[in-house]
Design a protein around this ligand. Structure first.
Ligand code: GUN
Length: 293
């Protein structure tokens, strides 16, 4: 079994960005600028946004985080996004999901201009992905592909089974793996909560990508020997014995499945770190397009 290490892989992607950025800075250009907007007090969302800010700064990007109260109106949020949309020195904008119930996420997703939509949630970017055209791809699926690429795991002609059909992960993941591209060309099966006999499908997977949010759900009997197993699940499990009060668990029963899988991602230390690297990569791409580079 080979462990797919998100830490070293993400570091090497960030190092490549850093080197290229150094050249642009040396030539007198400004730094890339990512804006993240957080509405409300969701603990996990706060952690993710803090991490995006920390990683952006560490890479030499400018980072603005707008932290808004839970009772922020939809119109106030739209106005803020529009200000960033028209600021030529802002390259990427993201609004952390989930949003409070009184805000319509679909409206917010369509408010960020597609050129700055580094999360790839806008209909135009999702549409481009569906058609196999170049656009911004949601960071988690993109991070997964970057991981497969880094470890040179063959995808062409392989059977990829994606479990979960969310707009953030499962659906774009299935499109990416089926597209005619260097790290696509898979035969893809997209499974979800209504799939009957899930194991029947997962056992056929050469590449199994799980984004369910059900800790430990995928057990060793559901995995084909030698398969590549990518665990996108990150659930906080309460643990009063820990300083943080919780630990993180993936959707895959790691200890059991690692005995069967050919390659497997750990949680933490796998896809989560790749998601950040992919977001930074999208932001750098938005910057270069914005600067005409
Ligand atoms: N919530 C969970 N994943 C994501 C993500 O990739 N982007 C944003 N904006 N919110 C999320």
């Amino acid at each position: 079994m080979i462990l797919l290490d998100g830490k070293t892989t993400a570091e090497s992607i960030k190092e490549n960005i850093r080197e290229e950025l150094d050249t642009h800075i040396h030539n007198g250009l400004r730094r890339p600028h990512l804006v993240a907007i957080l509405v409300g007090n969701d603990g996990a969302s706060k952690t993710y946004v803090d991490s995006k800010e920390r990683n952006s700064r560490a890479l030499g990007f400018n980072s603005t985080v707008l932290r808004l109260p839970e009772d922020t109106t939809q119109q106030f949020l739209i106005d803020k996004i529009n200000t960033f949309n028209s600021d030529p020195e802002v390259d990427g904008i993201l609004v952390q999901s989930p949003l409070p119930g009184h805000i319509d996420e679909r409206v917010i997703t369509q408010t960020i201009v597609p050129e700055k939509d580094v999360d790839g949630f806008h209909d135009i970017n999702m549409g481009k992905l569906a058609k196999g055209d170049e656009g911004f791809v949601s960071a988690t699926p993109l991070g997964v592909v970057m991981m497969l690429k880094a470890y040179r795991i063959p995808t062409s002609g392989k059977h990829c089974v994606v479990v979960g059909r969310s707009n953030i992960v499962g659906r774009p993941m299935s499109l990416l793996m089926s597209n005619n591209s260097e790290y696509g060309n898979c035969t893809v099966t997209l499974c979800h909560s209504r799939t009957t006999d899930l194991g029947h499908f997962t056992r056929q997977a050469d590449i199994l990508i799980v984004a369910l949010g059900k800790p430990g759900f995928i057990t060793s009997d559901m995995v084909k020997p030698g398969a590549t197993v990518i665990d996108v699940g990150i659930t906080r499990i309460e643990d009063p014995g820990r300083k943080s009060g919780y630990y993180l668990k993936g959707d895959v029963d790691f200890n059991g499945v690692k005995e069967v899988a050919g390659h497997i991602t750990p949680v933490p230390g796998g896809v989560g770190l790749m998601t950040i690297a992919a977001l930074l990569s999208n932001t750098f791409r938005a910057y270069k397009l914005n600067m005409g580079l």
